[in-house]
Design a protein around this ligand. Structure first.
Ligand code: GLN
Length: 176
């Protein structure tokens, strides 16, 4: 998605990768969907958890999708045993709130960035929104997209439906 929008993209596998091949720090980070407890374990195993937390907290533009939203949240309900989160967005997120794999669904949402068509897969919802957090979208009165400063967390997958608005916003956050 990001490459199709003109960005240069590299995987983040260790703290050194926060600095690109040209010695310049990365401009933005995307925390993908997947399984938040596994991503958390890998972040800690590869000594990336703390450097990433510090960078995002210091203002690195960041987009977290689905499991990525869980990782960004200050508090996580229904965590896996020992699961930690980066705690950089002042929200509480309930993991797997929208059901299991068979409950996956596409949905049209009216977001503050306009109407979007996205996919929910074992998706979390936001159950508490901190005072400095903006709500970007709701689904059936449940908060599913939030933003605090330059950090955006969305409970769904925009890439599966080809919805580019959140990725474009991440790139414009860099320029901004
Ligand atoms: N349920 C997963 C988790 O807790 C997220 C699922 C997804 O990213 N599609 O991390």
């Amino acid at each position: 998605m990001l490459e199709s929008l003109g960005a240069r993209v590299a995987p983040l596998r260790g703290a050194d990768d926060l600095v690109g091949p040209d010695g310049v720090r990365v401009d933005a980070v995307l925390l993908p969907g997947g399984e938040s407890s596994t991503i958390d374990k890998l972040l800690r195993m590869f000594d990336l958890f703390e450097p990433l937390r510090t960078s995002v907290a210091a203002g690195l533009p960041t987009l977290g999708t689905c499991a990525g939203l869980v990782l960004l949240a200050r508090e996580v309900e229904d965590r896996a045993p020992g699961q930690q989160s980066l705690g950089v967005v002042d929200v509480t997120v309930r993991r797997n709130a929208l059901g299991s794999q068979v409950d996956s669904a596409e949905a049209e949402l009216n977001s503050t960035l306009g109407p979007v068509r996205v996919a929910f897969i074992r998706a979390p919802v936001v159950t508490r929104v901190g005072t400095d957090v903006e709500v970007l979208a709701q689904r059936d009165q449940q908060v599913v997209a939030v933003r605090q400063s330059l950090v955006t967390g969305i409970a769904f997958h925009p890439e599966l439906t080809g919805e580019t608005v959140f990725h474009r916003r991440l790139l414009s956050d860099i320029r901004g």
